[in-house]
Design a protein around this ligand. Structure first.
Ligand SMILES: NC(=O)N[C@@H](CC(=O)O)C(=O)O
Length: 425
């Protein structure tokens, strides 16, 4: 196994130092290290972060390998600075059995570019009618701890209660896609001034907030762990703030796109901006950013949602919701938060690793820590070219935008998955 001596790197924003990566761990750190035989990487001006961890990735395999595979999504993740991703269950077949979650887990190991931790479905076929085999998925080789019907809300309160009760036995989590379906029938975008002007059916903020309010109370009642996917409204932030103040065991994520883009993008009628939950208003964005800094929202998660060309390049009403995220997330975080490295490390690596129970991830590079880390050039600026992305899909909302920051290298257990900004395999 090659050793790597990373020279002059700022670890999570600290003073420049050297890191020796050997045998899968950070073996030594400190200024002026030497290591005969090690490959030297000049990291002058670069920042080392713990490898990013994405709690919300759609890898599309099995079923829609034309949009993404475990391998192409893993490569996109590594290029984005990630060392672990949690793969959502809305595949075809749905990841609602031990067999399917083990298949996804095994494909992740074979690709070997990031650790792929499957999420299991809450209900059979995501149909919202009866619980999937949560225990069998938890006991499987994939050791599933997070369950989600993402793409669909677990709308039935009794089923949601049962799911929360069931996973409590093994300290599992229900990750809810908070959308009261009766309030979003036919919805095409955020309900507000822009939807009225465009004449598109709206997805009101209350459809999200009502489910979060219900679910935090259910989680409190049952004493179980709830995670709220892709929080998108200022009102949701207030519900979460109150829930946390009451000591309810709830965590929440926000996506990069909900931190940056508003519903005015729909004026272009370009379906690349169609997403669930929809892009909201500048007021919502301000509240989400503040909540992320404050910790009311725990993490940034990408909701990387690749879609094939025919599912995206069509009329707005027929386009699938969702946008790419893995290869641009860190740049958006830098743009939105500035070079707040400890905050970025916490919200994009340490906290998601803790929530998901991924013990070998989410630790600042230091002697003895598994070498899951990424090196960022904060001074670089890059123009996003969809054709250059490693994802099999092209539905990035940031096409031709100039964004700050570039991932120079990513290490998974001491082995580079990305070097010089390029995937190693
Ligand atoms: N976030 C999205 O807009 N899309 C998700 C599922 C979903 O939440 O609708 C997808 O799987 O494509």
């Amino acid at each position: 196994m090659t050793a790597y001596l990373i020279k002059g790197v700022s670890v999570v924003g600290g003073d420049p130092t050297d890191l020796l990566v050997r045998d899968g761990v950070v073996a030594e750190s400190g200024p002026g290290l030497s290591a005969p035989g090690a490959t030297v990487l000049d990291a002058d001006g670069l920042v080392a972060l713990p490898g990013l961890v994405d709690l919300h990735t759609h890898l599309r395999e099995p079923g829609r390998e034309d949009a993404e595979t475990v391998e192409t999504g893993s490569r996109a993740a590594a290029l984005g600075g990630y060392t672990a991703v949690c793969a959502m269950a809305n595949t075809s077949p749905v990841a609602d059995t031990a067999g399917v979650v083990e298949q996804v887990w095994r494909l992740g190991r074979e690709a070997g570019l990031v650790d792929v931790q499957p999420i299991g479905a809450v209900t059979v076929g995501l149909a919202g009618e009866r619980l999937a085999e949560l225990g069998a998925m938890a006991d499987s080789a994939a050791r599933v701890r997070i369950f989600s019907d993402d793409g669909h809300c677990v709308a039935d309160p009794k089923l949601m209660r049962r799911a929360l009760e069931y996973v409590k036995a093994f300290d599992g989590i229900i990750a809810q896609h908070a959308e009261e379906p009766r309030l979003t029938e036919g919805a095409q975008m955020h309900e507000g001034e822009v939807s009225t002007r465009l004449g598109l059916t709206g997805w009101p903020a209350v459809a999200e907030e009502a489910i979060i309010a219900r679910d935090v109370l259910l989680a409190e009642h049952v004493g179980s762990r709830l995670h709220v996917c892709h929080v998108s409204t200022a009102g949701s932030v207030e519900v979460l703030r109150q829930a946390k103040a009451r000591g309810i065991r709830v965590t929440a994520e926000v996506t990069p796109h909900h931190l940056l883009l508003t519903d005015e993008r729909a004026e272009t009628y370009d379906p690349v901006y169609k997403v669930n939950p929809p892009l909201r208003t500048a007021t919502d964005i301000a509240a989400l950013r503040a909540a992320l800094v404050e910790g009311v929202i725990d993490i940034v998660a990408t909701d990387h949602a690749p879609h094939a060309v025919e599912d995206k390049e069509c009329e707005w009403a027929y386009a699938r919701p969702g946008m790419l995220g893995l290869e641009t997330a860190l740049s958006i975080a830098l743009d939105v938060l500035g070079p707040e490295w400890d905050l970025i490390a916490e919200r994009m690596s340490r906290a998601p690793a803790r929530i998901a129970g991924l013990d070998t991830h989410g630790r600042n590079p230091a002697p003895g820590v598994p070498a899951n880390l990424t090196l960022v050039d904060p001074s670089a600026r890059r123009v996003i070219e969809p054709a250059d992305l490693a994802s099999r899909s092209r539905n990035t909302p940031y096409a031709r935008m100039t964004l700050p920051g570039r991932i120079v290298a990513t290490f998974l257990r001491g082995e580079p998955t990305v070097l010089d900004g390029k995937a190693v395999k």
